[in-house]
Design a protein around this ligand. Sequence first.
Ligand SMILES: Cc1ncc(COP(=O)(O)O)c(C=O)c1O
Length: 409
Amino acid sequence: MRLSDGRSALDFGSYAVTLLGHRHPAVVAAVRAQLDTMPTSTRSLANPVAARAAARLAAYFGGRAPGGRLLPKVYFGLNGADAVEVAVKLARLATGRGRVLAVRGGFHGKSLGALGLTHSALFRTGLLGTRTDVVHVAADDAGAVRREAARGPGVAAVVFEPVQGENGAAVLPVEVLRRWCADAHAHGAFAIADEIQCGLRRCGEPSVALAAGLPVDAVLVGKPLGGGVVPLSAVVCSEEMYAPLAADPFLHSATFGGHPLSCAALDPALTAIEELAGRGGVLADALDGALAALAAAHPGVVGAVTGAGLLRGIDFTSARAAGAVVVELAGAGLLVSPCLGRPTTVRLLPPLVCSEREIAEAAEILDAAVTVASRSGAVPAAAAPAPPPPRAPGSASAPHPHRTLGDDT
Ligand SMILES: Cc1ncc(COP(=O)(O)O)c(C=O)c1O
């Protein structure tokens, strides 16, 4: 990508939006064509662009979840937080219950409703009264949903990110998630997979939860859904969960929800993502090799490598070292995303459109930046060890215990 000062940079950040890079030509062309025909909609009449996009998105996820649950319904928002808010609102209305379970370390957005599910105290300072309906459970606590359901009052939903991006690219244990889904359903509650960051092939599959065989009632997507060109998010869910909105479409609406310019991007974005899906595995393997070499070259500085697919974390032995590396990288032309919920981890989010040569180039820049940060004193000789890192996929080590910042549960 080209910066405003004329320099070029590799974008391995952008908070996971630019899975297709910047200005993907097919997406730009579709949005431009839409601009010339119907740039906005009346809201008084159905909008065919949104209807086509909804049908395409439901079909993209195969129309059903494991266990036979149909997922035919789609609600479009603009930001990830919109999708989280709507999913929770529908779950509460459909069950008639108020309580929601979320996961420690999870990030679901910063608008007030979504913020209740986001775990880090960093984002909630001064807003403590907004979260009474949410209980945060530990990611390795398989019995949490059953226990909370028994405790009462009734639970409407359990919401989880299969891979927690903001929490240092922490891969949640799939057997725990399976148990949570089963226990939620036994209690008459919904299971909601927030894949706004990890879905749409960022971690290899269209949906991490569906590919793992989890019988979820909703998958939430956003970030690259608009092809990295326009804002777009969605709730893809069951008829049962969508029922309150089907009964009364005015129950939740937003002036720009399902906006034609955003919806026009969806079809070319999904097509491009699927065309590049095979590349994702090749790039992820190249990244694996490069990050393993980095960890081996800097044993006192790099604690662990985490994540899955093209959502990876480099966990440093101190937050200061991670911060120094992010600054070095920006100066050297590699843009990455910090993890605000786990400041020892630097997140790498390479796009599907990058080359193996660019992964190698990024690895060289990383190696140099870590070396500079080490020499600058950002890594104190007797640095306090960082908390244990999130579990890498396939690792036999214990699950990440999820450092709890101002836990309010
Ligand atoms: C998993 C997840 N859910 C929800 C959100 C909120 O999305 P937005 O910032 O678009 O509101 C994010 C943003 O990073 C996210 O990673």
